[in-house]
Design a protein around this ligand. Structure first.
Ligand code: GAP
Length: 430
């Protein structure tokens, strides 16, 4: 498939099959904002579940957190975002589009005249308070990890954790991105899966911990079936590194929209965050070592985007089977929105429908995420389940009534097999 069309095809499939819709369509849309539909919310939840499982449940040294989106506004002064989280841009006087200057004089979009460079802050502002006069400026968080730093002492005091240990969190973040683009790749509202690992301040230990988490994070994508040839690490240059980072490497994926792009960052944030919050809050966020010395822990961070991971899984699993003239998503089985679809061969034969309902109800009772479809013909139903990535379709036909056997079709090979109903659950679980 010509790679340049792939994103367009995925955007179209995502809408057609209920993964992602453009926001506020009935009002003419709202640029670069997206809603996740019935299949999308399942895939997204499964991505988050897999991450949480790997980063929290499978480990004794990482605990979870769910901090609020609003935080004391001083948080963002301390974090350096009010000062350092900005882009210098020019604006077109005619169409008001904004661009990185690049020494151009006229607008690349409409040919209009450009302003001098101005600073645009990426933090999204909100007003808190009831009456107009009493409203005060607040920010929607620009990264989820700040809530982790503000609760570092709370977690220490309320759990058995001692450094080295980590705190993980999944949640929304907001940025006034200048150029949101490429579908859900860069948007102004997005979700992050972040883990902050607190360690004693030591350069060698920081490097070892950084290398360890790099590999752990890469393995997460590989274990979920992402093509290893399309993944790589890339180290940030001195100019690129964020204001808080001593070292930064991205996990990049080779996309059809401009090649290698960042999907996750691994950062050594040193003592930047805890010392800044200590200074701005006047509270000592140090840690008492067993020998009685007080230190400010260093932080190794892993920061992944849920929406970007979602896009990576769609890009990587999108397959065109030319022989059978079908599109299917070869999504990892732990991520699929629907695990099994159940069809009565004909949607108007009562005995088939009633037998198929029995099979469906039993699968649901056994814990499967199942979908029922009795519309149109079998071919169309297969076609739609392939595009959702459903690993198995189970058809109840006249043989089922006679021999208690169903036909199970495999998503990746399109091979159909007869399976006796009493062995179906075991077959699907395997
Ligand atoms: N706490 C560190 C941090 O936020 P970042 O490199 O700015 O680091 C981390 O962001 C990850 O968050 C990115 O690798 C990406 O997956 C996701 N992300 C950042 N900005 C985004 C945006 N505008 N839209 C979608 N995802 C975004």
């Amino acid at each position: 498939m010509a790679d340049e069309n792939k994103l367009e095809k995925i955007i179209s499939l995502a809408k057609r099959r209920g993964f992602v819709y453009p926001s506020s369509e009935i009002y003419g849309g709202y640029a670069s904002v997206y809603d996740y539909g019935p299949r999308g919310v399942e895939l997204k939840n499964n991505i988050k579940k897999s991450w949480w499982n790997e980063m929290v449940y499978k480990r004794a040294d990482v605990v979870g957190l769910d901090s609020a989106i609003f935080m004391h506004p001083k948080t963002w002064e301390a974090s350096g975002h009010v000062e350092g989280f900005s882009d210098s841009l020019v604006e077109c006087k005619k169409c008001h589009h904004r661009f990185k200057s690049d020494n151009q004089k006229t607008c690349p979009d409409c040919g209009g005249e450009l302003t001098e460079e101005k600073n645009f802050n990426l933090l999204v502002e909100a007003k808190m308070g009831v009456t107009d006069e009493a409203k005060s400026k607040a920010y929607l968080r620009g990264e989820t990890c700040q809530g982790i730093y503000l609760n570092f002492q709370n977690v220490l005091n309320s759990t058995r954790q001692k450094i080295p240990f980590g705190i993980a969190q999944i949640g929304k973040a907001f940025r006034n991105e200048i150029t949101p683009k490429n579908f859900i790749f860069r948007t102004r509202e997005f979700e992050q899966m972040e883990m902050q690992f607190f360690i004693p301040p030591d350069k060698k230990l920081a490097q070892e911990t950084f290398d360890y988490w790099k590999q752990e994070r890469l393995n997460w994508y590989l274990n979920l079936g992402i093509d290893s040839k399309k993944l790589r690490f890339r180290e940030h240059t001195n100019d690129e590194r964020a204001h808080y980072a001593l070292a930064a490497e991205d996990i990049e994926y080779n996309t059809p929209f401009g090649g290698w792009k960042e999907f996750e960052g691994i950062h050594n944030r040193g003592d930047w965050d805890l010392s800044r919050h200590s200074k701005y809050s006047g509270k000592d966020l140090g840690y008492l070592e067993p020998d009685g010395t007080r230190v400010i822990p260093w932080i190794i961070e892993t920061s992944a985007g849920v929406d970007r991971a979602f896009l990576m899984f769609l890009l990587d699993s999108y397959k065109h089977d030319k022989d059978k003239n079908r599109i299917y998503l070869s999504l990892h089985k732990s991520l699929v929105p629907v695990q099994v679809a159940v069809f009565p061969l004909l949607g108007n034969k009562l005995e088939l429908i009633s037998k198929a309902k029995e099979v469906f109800d039993n699968l649901v009772k056994q814990g499967f995420i199942a979908e029922w479809d009795d519309r149109g013909n079998i071919g169309k139903r297969y076609y739609s389940q392939d595009e959702i990535g459903t690993p198995h379709c189970v058809t109840i036909d006249f043989d089922t009534l006679e021999k208690n056997e169903v036909t199970v079709r495999d998503r990746d090979t399109a091979i159909q097999e007869k399976v006796s109903i009493d062995k179906l659950v075991k077959y699907l679980k395997k």
